[in-house]
Design a protein around this ligand. Structure first.
Ligand SMILES: [Zn+2]
Ligand SMILES: [Zn+2]
Length: 403
């Protein structure tokens, strides 16, 4: 059996989130709204899961680039490690700034900013697309000559740091505020207040913002409003990931000139046609059901996310031993469960379709992996249900979950 001990980051972060939750409640502070927390964790669960593969892909790319095109062959010494940290953080600053200033890149990064609450769970709002974009920017490091092993270790450390800056519980940190990105700085970055927009892009060091004119300190008299300037108002898992891409497509289609189309793709987000969101929501029939969901249903969603977190831990720990088909099945079931949770929080009727596909995948994979060789039987069974009692089951299910 081979183990991946990075899996222990899952219970470690869950424990820290729980501690932050307890302190928030003890101090009677606002925050930790259940559905926002679930939406945040949902994004993070998929990214952590797929990170097992993106990490391996980027290790291969960095190694190839350094060995074939590296400027110099850098050997690890303490000073070189410090140099790598500074270079990594500098590249991050520009990746992050461009992700806010170019529409196409904002379409990827926007997901990180959708939360209207601010706590450790917001740090989980990183999508797999963002992991790819960031990894692409970091290709500069092997080209400079840093070995792939060093870069991967540094990215782990660098990736750990921002978890701690996503909190309202920590005030200003005195002398540290001059050099490092602190929770106070990052609260400003997540604010949608006019004077705080497009500020504090740094990840570990705040010096880049001070150097390039994007620094803003947190003012005591300003109450921060977190999230997007135009809130998304939906927990739809897929819509959160892709809405801005669709808005860009809508905006591009409305432009008559090549120049206008290019501007819609590579221009600044604040110049994108404000009607694009409305049009995109109309095309995909996205509207939030504002009914409050009842306690048993909340419990159902909570259990699903809880089980997913345990399963994620198990999957990362043992991923080296899994066959490709088992990995694909696990990812498919995870995605379906995340879509399911988002849909249930909005009382969507189509949630039954997701349940149906999920049940089919579970049963057929159980049949397959227990070696019963009855995959065809499972398909036949589900096809029969689909043809004869689908409507009946759907009605029963919807009545059961939504009363
Ligand atoms: Zn950002
Ligand atoms: Zn953040």
């Amino acid at each position: 059996m081979k183990y991946n001990f990075l899996a222990f980051s899952v219970p470690f972060f869950v424990l820290l989130i729980y501690i932050e939750f307890v302190i928030t409640k003890k101090k009677k502070l606002a925050g930790f709204e259940l559905h926002t927390v679930i939406a945040n964790l949902s994004v993070g669960i998929l990214e952590r899961l797929l990170d097992v593969y993106t990490g391996a892909v980027f290790y291969f790319i960095y190694d190839f680039l350094q060995k074939n095109y590296g400027l110099i062959n850098i050997k690890p010494t303490p000073l070189v490690w410090l140099g790598l940290l500074i270079c990594t953080d500098f590249v991050w600053y520009w990746y992050h700034r461009l992700a806010h200033e170019v529409n196409l890149l904002w379409a990827i990064h926007i997901v990180h900013h959708q939360s209207e609450d601010f706590n450790f769970t917001v740090s989980a709002r990183i999508t797999v697309l963002q992991a790819f974009l960031r990894g692409g920017f970091w290709c500069v490091l092997p080209l400079l000559g840093f070995p792939a092993q060093m870069i991967i270790v540094m990215l782990l450390i660098h990736g750990l740091y921002p978890f701690f800056t996503h909190t309202k519980l920590v005030g200003k940190l005195g002398i540290l505020e001059y050099l490092f990105v602190t929770p106070s700085h990052h609260r400003v970055h997540h604010a949608s207040n006019e004077q705080y927009l497009d500020k504090n892009y740094g990840d570990v060091l705040i010096i880049w913002d001070k150097l390039f004119g994007t620094y803003q300190s947190e003012e005591e008299e300003t109450t921060i409003v977190y999230g997007l300037t135009k809130p998304l108002n939906t927990y739809d898992f897929l819509w959160q990931h892709f809405h801005y891409f669709i808005e860009i497509i809508v905006a591009v289609a409305k432009q008559n000139t090549i120049r206008g189309k290019i501007k819609a793709i590579f221009g600044k987000p604040e110049t994108l046609d404000p009607m694009a969101r409305i049009e995109a929501e109309r095309i995909f029939n996205v509207k939030q059901n504002m009914d409050t969901i009842k306690k048993p249903l909340n419990t159902y969603v909570k259990w699903q996310i809880g089980i997913l977190l345990v399963a994620l831990f198990g999957f990362i720990l043992l991923e080296k031993n899994f066959s490709p088909i088992l990995s694909v099945l696990f990812i498919a079931l995870t995605v379906l469960t995340l879509i399911n949770c988002g849909a249930i929080m909005e009382h969507k009727r189509w949630v039954f379709n997701i349940e149906f596909v999920r049940a089919f995948l579970t049963v057929s994979s159980l049949v397959y992996f227990t070696g019963l060789n009855g995959l065809l039987v499972a398909i036949f069974l589900f096809a029969t249900v689909l043809a004869t009692s689908y409507k009946y089951l759907e009605n029963r299910y919807l009545r059961l979950v939504y009363r």
